[in-house]
Design a protein around this ligand. Structure first.
Ligand SMILES: Cc1cc2nc3c(=O)[nH]c(=O)nc-3n(C[C@H](O)[C@H](O)[C@H](O)COP(=O)(O)OP(=O)(O)OC[C@H]3O[C@@H](n4cnc5c(N)ncnc54)[C@H](O)[C@@H]3O)c2cc1C
Length: 335
């Protein structure tokens, strides 16, 4: 098969790759001249098969790192007011951060914290689908290697074909470290779902207890729960650890006894991917300016997706802009 030509080859159809493709397309619309050819390659047969399809769907503005917090604020603002995907404004209670009484916001919760009325839950599959609409996507195409094809181009070999591209965008989620030779770690985290529980109201906020590492929210008449576990694992290895369910039960008994006895119906593991400083990596690779990273979105890739995609697009289109020169997410700090 003849190699296909494109300007931007985006590796990964998760939220990082999809939002980058979407905002790149948006920012190019209305510009004069030839529109760039964007191609997404995804090794799985469907989008969102990894982190973007295994998360808790929370839109949470609070983040400790001020640079990531700015992206979370911007991302949440877009998701709340746009029609990118269905958003439920449930509010959140961040136990341990303030002095609001959790039980004022729903009856069985205990503890004091910060009430965040702008937080909520989003339809992640819907968001991903909006971002990918109209994009050229090659599924079951795993990027295996690339070669120099002159100073302005790379020849990228995938399991199903070859691409000549001006730029390769590394949005490979848990594989971003391997693919882009970056020091990234994938950390496994379990989520648990209960069957319907009579006392759970669907409009309860989500509760995040930052003091002990526990969160939960209503889901399909029951609860979705997490004990905030972090276990390093190779990319794509989702082994369940029975100890995590035991730890979750202990946390619930100690911190939220009002929830009563919880029966787990389903559990799964997802991976959050981090740079050593836990800050995202968005920008050109200093070793090869034909490679651009959108990686290490950790536990905030849903909330920040609109801001991450918009920033990536802006840096891709204006590499010399002031924003590029003062980019707190510059991958240069990692290499
Ligand atoms: C348990 C859990 C709960 C979370 N909860 C929340 C939350 O409530 N709110 C929030 O904001 N964030 C949350 N997150 C974080 C969020 O899910 C991630 O930050 C986000 O999904 C990362 O998106 P991504 O596109 O970088 O990775 P991914 O979604 O994993 O996408 C990367 C894609 O690249 C593909 N790929 C990899 N290598 C190759 C290759 N060589 N060739 C072709 N394709 C390749 C993969 O198949 C994959 O589809 C949570 C994460 C987890 C695990």
């Amino acid at each position: 098969m003849e190699p296909m030509d494109c300007d931007y080859l985006i590796v990964g159809a998760g939220l990082a790759g999809a939002s980058t493709a979407y905002y790149l397309t948006q920012q190019c619309l209305g510009r004069n001249g030839r529109q760039p050819r964007i191609v997404i390659v995804e090794k799985e047969p469907t989008p969102g098969a990894h982190s973007s399809g295994r998360n808790a769907a929370l839109i949470r503005r609070y983040v400790e790192d001020p640079a990531v917090a700015a992206l979370a604020e911007r991302g949440a603002d877009v998701l709340v007011r746009s029609e990118l995907a269905e958003f439920h404004a449930t509010g959140s209670m961040l136990v341990g951060l303030g002095d609001d009484d959790a039980s004022e916001h729903f009856p069985t919760a205990t503890g004091r914290g910060r009430w965040c009325p702008g937080d909520g839950v989003i339809d992640v599959a819907g968001l991903l689908s909006t971002y990918l609409q109209g994009q050229v996507i090659h599924y079951e195409a795993e990027v295996r290697e690339w070669h120099d094809a002159g100073s302005m181009a790379l020849k990228v070999v995938t399991s199903t074909g070859t691409f000549n591209t001006r730029l390769l965008v590394n949005a490979a989620g848990p594989w971003a470290g391997e693919l882009g030779s970056l020091p990234m770690a994938a950390l496994n985290r379990h989520l648990f779902a209960t069957p319907p529980i009579e006392t759970v109201a669907p409009d309860w906020p989500f509760v995040w207890d930052l003091e002990c590492g526990l969160y939960f929210r209503p889901e399909s008449g029951g609860l979705l729960l997490c004990a905030c576990d972090e276990t390093p694992a190779p990319p794509g290895v989702y082994e369940e650890d029975p100890q995590v369910a035991i730890h979750l039960a202990d946390l619930l008994r100690d911190r939220q006894p009002g929830l009563g006895e919880i029966r787990i119906m389903q559990s799964w593991v997802g991976q959050r991917t981090f740079a050593p400083d836990r800050r995202f990596a968005i920008g050109y690779d200093p070793r090869d300016r034909r490679i651009f990273h959108v990686a290490g979105l950790g536990g905030h890739g849903v909330t920040t997706a609109p801001a991450v995609g918009a920033l990536a697009a802006e840096l891709l289109l204006n590499p010399e802009s002031p924003r590029a020169k003062d980019n707190p997410f510059d991958p240069g700090r990692l290499v």
